[in-house]
Design a protein around this ligand. Structure first.
Ligand code: SAM
Length: 254
């Protein structure tokens, strides 16, 4: 997969593509991340990429011309068809399902805004989709681009080692992940649920599924709204809820 990023801070984008799982995906040739600086396409002596907004008011707006020229150069750098995304607090929220959808594309071009954002005419003409990483405002799209690069890059086939399989991750099947424990030298097996030490793989799988369901119910009940659980999952969740309620009662009246 190829990801081109239009940003006034190309070094930041370059660095994002060098670390961790994304860095490994790049090294393995599964992912290419290419930054493009709109300032390199500004034509005036000051290399201006922004100007004051029509109608007055605070802040600056990114000029459409350097962005259009930069985008044209980025598009021309590869024959792969590209979906062009503007990272924006006004976009659709990024979810794991959206990350999967984007990860299956051959190419993304992402545009990072700064200041008050991009001239609306550039958005109308060039942008296929606006994407937000949450209901808060960042000072630029670069951190949002880094989030998309990571979420999409780790889903490239071969990017994750087996041990890090993405399938059990939170949101993959609409649930949160179960808790994890490892061989701590100082804590030993203290506090580790006995089932995980039992070696009984069927029981361990059952426990993990129940924890996923229970955690989702406790922490993100919205994920369960409108979802019809099959008989097995419904029974696991009911058992979790009964245990949790019994414990809560005990804590109230010790
Ligand atoms: C200060 S923001 C502009 C906010 C804009 N005036 C608004 O209120 O919709 C500057 C840039 O940061 C990026 N940005 C800010 N918040 C974001 C978010 N939640 N998700 C994705 N990008 C964001 C966008 O690229 C935006 O153009």
């Amino acid at each position: 997969m190829r990801i081109d990023v239009l940003s006034l801070f190309p070094d930041f984008i370059r660095q994002c593509a060098q670390v961790g799982v994304v860095g490994r995906a790049v090294e393995r040739g599964l992912l290419t991340v290419e930054p493009w600086n709109p300032r390199d396409f500004a034509t005036d002596n000051y290399r201006r990429v922004d100007d004051r907004p029509f109608g007055g008011g605070p802040g600056m707006v990114m000029l459409p011309e350097p962005l259009s020229a930069c985008l044209a150069a980025a598009r021309a750098a590869s024959a792969l068809p590209a979906r062009v995304i503007y990272l924006s607090p006004q976009g659709k929220p990024l979810t794991q399902a959206k990350a999967r959808e984007l990860a299956a594309l051959p190419r993304l071009v992402m545009v990072c805004g700064r200041y008050e954002g991009l001239d609306e005419r550039f958005i109308e003409k060039e942008i296929d989709e606006e994407l937000s990483i949450g209901d808060y405002v960042l000072s630029g799209g670069e951190l949002a681009a880094a989030v998309v690069i990571d979420a999409v890059g780790r889903l490239q086939a071969g990017a994750l080692n087996d041990a890090e399989s993405a399938e059990q991750d939170s949101f993959e099947d609409g649930l949160l992940d179960c808790p994890h424990y490892t061989r701590s030298e100082s804590l030993g097996t203290e506090g580790v649920p006995a089932v995980l030490l039992s070696g009984d793989h069927a029981k361990i799988a059952r426990w993990r599924r129940q924890q996923s369901l229970g955690r989702t119910w406790l922490r993100r009940p919205d994920l369960l709204e409108g979802r019809v659980l099959d008989k097995k999952d419904a029974a696991l969740l009911a058992e979790f809820q009964a245990e949790w309620q019994a414990q809560a009662k005990k804590a109230e009246n010790p």
